[in-house]
Design a protein around this ligand. Sequence first.
Ligand SMILES: [Zn+2]
Length: 397
Amino acid sequence: MKTNLKKQLRLPDEARARQHLLALLNIPGLSGEEMLVADHLEKVLLAAGCQPAWLRRLPARPPLPAKFGMGNLVVQLPGTFAGPSRMFLAHMDTVPLCRGAQPVIKNDRVVARGHTALGGDNRAGVAALLTVAETILKNKLPHPPLTFLFTVGEEVGLYGAKSVKAADVGKPAMAFNFDSGRPDEIITGAIGAQRWRAELHGISSHAGMHPERGASALLIASRALAEVADRGWFGKVRQGKRSGTSNAGVIHGGDATNQVTHHVVVHGESRSHHPAFIKQISAAYRTAFERAAKQVRNCEGEHGRVEFHCDNDYQPFHIPERAPVVRFTRQIADRLGLETRCVAINGGLDANPLNAAGIPTVTLGVGAHHPHAYDEYVDLIQFATGCRLTLELATTK
Ligand SMILES: [Zn+2]
């Protein structure tokens, strides 16, 4: 693909786009601490001619965690021609592995100088949006009503996107999320997930003197997880035509080796592209914990109990290829000579809650690769193509 992309038209102010990318990669901003990134965006946009009234920094309200410094940054440019509003978004936060990242350019890539991740996820997306908004403002390019949405807390639970109400962002008819690698891949589907928590209450007793009086919460957990695995619900799950994944990832419990364990908490997750199957996977865990709790008994025949809590983390989505947002993206990409294909992924995106909120949202790449890893990099050729694509999507009549 690289040679193919090299032939693409480049953004007129490619040097400026790189400058934005490097500046943004240099700004710290882990989840909940996005304020410096927002400060930078506001400064550049105001200097480019953005009216202060077009910028809104939303407060950190629920569902954002209490420790968050701010909510989303919303920039709304009134249209110079009439038409349904379009939204462009990227998340401002980076993962802890990016702490202290220093970007350097090597060949056609930006990489981290030291032993950190880079933060191209998702400062590459933020830089593309900033470049395009600045280009439109400075050159007074005609455009329909546009919303640029810079979200917070994506990496820790899609919090910013979950807090979006369509009315707050100009009720966009379609949205484009920039948070991926290849500009020729249109992400039109993503998996959904539930997070669950099993609180297991056993019966405590001295483990040396009267173990028979106890019912171990740890034994309940072990039996339940063994049963889940034996029945095919652990890890990669396939039942008939449906598939998904599950994991029990965290366990806490127990106070002492001489005490029959009375309390254990197990945290896990269930994922699938089929909403009903996500629930079925979680239900398999619930049933196994409940069954195991009844089986583990003390000498009096008493048994422990389970409290099982399940939260929808995010809904899966699938946008059909005939949907206007996909057709429009393809039409613009065609014009740039990009051969696009639609893909579905097994991770959550800001696009999940937006699609659930009724805003048809595709996700596109701007050259960010190997996220959350030390060898993370931004491909500058793909980044330039992503900027060009974004500018066309924002300004084409
Ligand atoms: Zn990301």
